[in-house]
Unconditional design. Structure first.
Length: 128
């Protein structure tokens, strides 16, 4: 189950892996003799129950809404909200934010290490 969850987080899983994950969780619950085995799959089963769409997004679109899965996270600047203040650019530790003074900034996805610093530094909530 852990291997499948890691595949999902890394953008390497398919929709079939979600089926396998659920099947495994149910079978582990049924087949376990001890209480630990019977309850260990519960977090996976309840997240599948309430967040199945997000599991599918990870498997099919390779997308993580919260950007917690660093390998598939995509942090972007909303050009509608950006006021070109440059704060994010000054705070980025790897100089991944591009744009000249008074220009709206853009994140270079090749350089971005998904640290999240720019999200916290933007006073206009333009990054997510
Ligand atoms: S901090 Fe926000 S408003 Fe300022 S340049 Fe960056 S994205 Fe634009
Ligand atoms: S997430 Fe981190 S590395 Fe990526 S652009 Fe923002 S500050 Fe730079």
């Amino acid at each position: 189950m852990l291997e499948i969850l890691e595949k999902l987080c890394n953008g390497e899983a398919s929709e079939y892996d979600i089926y396998r994950l659920e099947k495994l969780a149910v079978n582990i619950k049924k087949a376990s003799v001890c209480g630990l085995g019977q309850s260990a799959p519960n977090p996976v089963l309840s997240t599948l129950r309430y967040f199945r769409e997000e599991f599918k997004e990870h498997a099919i679109e390779k997308k993580c809404r919260t950007n917690e899965c660093k390998k598939i996270a995509k942090i972007e600047i909303d050009p509608e909200k950006c006021k070109a203040c440059g704060l994010c650019q000054r705070n980025c530790p790897v100089e991944a934010i591009e744009g000249e003074a008074r220009e709206k900034r853009v994140i270079n996805q090749e350089k971005c290490i998904k640290c999240g610093t720019c999200i916290a530094s933007c006073p206009f909530q333009a990054i997510g």
